[in-house]
Design a protein around this ligand. Structure first.
Ligand code: FES
Length: 174
């Protein structure tokens, strides 16, 4: 597991570089700043991270560890200890639907219902064949393109039930 092996600055820089193109990392950093990067704010920060990304994958945990100057093992330990944190979903694909206010008023609930009906799973679940995990987030910083959906880590604008079902169909047929 990558998280357990981050021991040096180079790995930290790699994660930071990876994070630089994704606005959600910026929002998370501003949030951490509000808490003055305090190590005892780890749980609040992981909550915010999950709100933004839908789940806490290795790179996200490394980012938090690097920013708070905490050992990766400590961050990983906390993330795995509490049941309300979701680590990398089991599905081959992940679909994160933003249910923040701006996305909600633009129809994110209809998008979510369409996916749930199509896949016959609820938010937070993975299809029995482990192909698709469905997750939710709360404002991923893309309100201008609401409703936003994140397909396998890529933010997609102005989601419609028809559009998401098309992508899901590609995943189920591939
Ligand atoms: S509410 Fe969805 S991006 Fe802000």
């Amino acid at each position: 597991m990558k998280i357990a092996t981050m021991r040096n600055e180079a790995e930290g820089r790699r994660v930071m570089q990876h994070a630089s193109g994704d606005k959600r990392f910026k929002i998370l950093e501003v949030f951490m700043k509000k808490y003055q990067f305090r190590q005892d704010s780890l749980i609040e920060i992981l909550h915010k991270a999950q709100e933004l990304f839908g789940y806490l994958d290795d790179d996200l945990l490394l980012f938090v560890s690097y920013k708070l100057k905490l050992p990766p093992s400590r961050v990983y330990g906390v993330a795995t200890f509490y049941h309300f944190f979701t680590l990398k979903p089991q599905g081959k694909h992940t679909c994160v639907v933003c249910l923040g206010t701006a996305c909600y008023v633009k129809g994110a609930d209809k998008v979510m219902s369409a996916i749930e009906a199509e896949l016959k799973i609820k938010a937070g679940e993975t299809t029995p064949d482990k192909n698709i995990s469905l997750l939710t987030a709360r404002c991923i910083g893309a309100c201008g393109i609401a409703p936003a959906v994140v397909y396998d880590g890529t933010v997609s604008p102005r989601a419609t039930p028809e559009g998401v079902l098309k992508t899901i169909k590609q995943w189920t047929e591939s």
